[in-house]
Design a protein around this ligand. Sequence first.
Ligand code: 13P
Length: 248
Amino acid sequence: MRKKFVAGNWKMHGNLATNDDLLQSVRAGVAGLAVEVAVCTPYPYLDQARKVLEGSNVAWGAQDVSEHVQGAYTGEVSAMMLGDFGCRYVIVGHSERRSYYGDTDAVVAAKFEAAMKAGLIPIFCVGETLDEREKNVTADVVTRQLDAVIARCGIASLAKAVVAYEPVWAIGTGRTASPEQAQEVHALIRDRVAREDAGVAAGLQILYGGSMKPGNAKELMAQTDIDGGLIGGAALVAADFIAICAAA
Ligand code: 13P
């Protein structure tokens, strides 16, 4: 039986004062819930997250990572550095990285590998744009994104990773995929993994992301292959994030 997992992606929001409130509230609000919880903060606030969350049932992580181990890569942050700050998770392949910062499937696979090698758990995002959905190529796109990681890191690597299906058209738009639409793609992801390794597929946590809110979380997470959520906007409001964790 897979455990439910709810991860917050704060994106580029917050400051020391607002984060403190949010972290303290989340820590207290999810204590005792039988669900895995994490928050992915901007890099400068990882130490703050560690200080507030250490010893709680909330893990923390980053939103991106360099594909390089170390060296002359100005502005980049390595997986080892994230490990130094106690990160358990790191998001790789978020659609905002893919579309605004040129993270190709190959770069995403390299970042996934770098995260794994440093002992972090990648939260590996896949998902189609609106244009791709309308052209009926969702399955092709998601399979291509998955296959890039499987080819580089091997199927066994997914035993120590989390996949997040985030349809780009549902991110920050208030337009959620219906439970049926999301379930269809989640099943496709699990089937693709099962073709390589049924055991890995059965244990793989597949999160849904894209306008998940307290009002739709329960129905989405009730689907057979939806094992939790990757939450953007609602992760910035403590009561909403806690309500989603409770729904899980
Ligand atoms: P929203 O929940 O704001 O749609 O963002 C989803 C997301 O991109 C999480 O990574």
